[in-house]
Design a protein around this ligand. Structure first.
Ligand SMILES: C[S@@+](CC[C@H](N)C(=O)[O-])C[C@H]1O[C@@H](n2cnc3c(N)ncnc32)[C@H](O)[C@@H]1O
Length: 289
């Protein structure tokens, strides 16, 4: 299967002044699933990140500080997700003008009228689907690329769809530049510019699906592309007032399917950018019914 839909002219991306300028240094140590960042000490984590990943001590410190808060608030709650959060350089997915806020407890503008979700929401949504290594995961709403980069530290099978073509191309360029620098784990992310309402039929079924845009119903094609007993997390509700639902597609012994839903924020509203609709090559309205 072709893993990359966009073989982007990365020239356009590399000279995009709004994005963080890629560091010239290569990642010192090749990626391995055995890499385990220290979780007990800020100083130990920073030293490890500089030595192993070649990252900036300032961002490593901010990542660790945010990590401690996410753990305390139970936004990340298992070892795999703790590791994934600490391994993912969020600063690489933020606009240059927002770099000082990369680890804030907030969503940030990424251009094109959309946002990168806050680290607490990414942590909680991803922890709630409990991705196991080797599972197939589909993300709807690539945006900055941060969510799928985080997923690539949980499994080596990630697919992600973005509806805004120039954003999809820009993010493909971000991944390609990071892979070039040695973040080889991002080779496992397949990207596509399309309307994610219809899922990714050629790659289905998926063990887990994560939707990062808000809609007033669960898209039937996504439910259909979920494996029996698979889990989806999706913001559902009217515009700007969604509840983030964990949806389990349960299959009984007789083959009948039921859907169990629970709210991962116990009723709290979490507004998301809308789940928009593609008609031809134009985005027109949303998929709300
Ligand atoms: C909250 S933002 C992105 C968050 C993203 N996961 C990240 O890590 O930056 C939601 C994204 O969903 C995209 N989107 C909205 N409707 C979509 C659709 N029908 N298919 C695919 N992507 C869609 C938006 O363009 C936007 O980039």
């Amino acid at each position: 299967m072709k893993r990359r839909t966009f073989l982007l002219g990365s020239v356009g991306f590399l000279f995009d002044a709004t994005l963080p300028r890629p560091a010239s240094a290569a990642v010192p140590q090749p990626y391995s699933w055995d890499l385990l960042p220290p979780m007990e000490s800020r100083d130990a984590f920073i030293s490890w990140g500089v030595k192993t990943r070649g990252e900036d001590p300032k961002f490593l410190g901010e990542r660790f500080d945010r990590f401690r808060i996410l753990v305390a608030n139970r936004d990340v709650w298992n070892e795999a997700n703790k590791r994934a959060f600490l391994m993912t350089p969020r600063e690489e997915f933020c606009l240059k003008r927002n770099l000082d806020r990369a680890y804030d407890n907030a969503y940030l503008d990424i251009g094109y009228g959309v946002t990168i979700s806050g680290p607490h929401v990414v942590g909680r949504m991803t922890s709630s689907i409990d991705v196991q290594r080797g599972e197939k995961v589909l993300e709807i709403g690539t945006g900055s690329g941060y969510q799928s980069a985080y997923l690539a530290h949980l499994t080596d099978k990630v697919w992600t769809i973005e509806i805004i073509r120039p954003l999809a191309e820009r993010t493909r360029g971000v991944y390609d530049a990071l892979i070039e620098r040695g973040y080889s784990e991002f080779k496992s992310i397949s990207t596509k510019n399309a309307d994610g309402y219809y899922g990714w039929q050629e790659a289905a079924p998926f063990d887990k699906i994560i939707v990062t845009c808000g809609i007033d119903h669960i898209p039937p094609p996504l439910l259909q592309q979920l494996t029996p007993n698979g889990i989806m997390v999706i913001p559902v509700g009217p515009p700007g007032a969604q509840h983030i639902l964990k949806v389990i597609k349960q299959q009984a012994g007789d083959g009948s399917i039921t859907v169990a839903r629970s709210d991962i924020y116990n009723g709290r509203i979490v507004p998301f950018v809308p789940f928009t609709k593609l008609e031809g090559d134009r985005i027109i309205g949303t998929h709300n019914q």
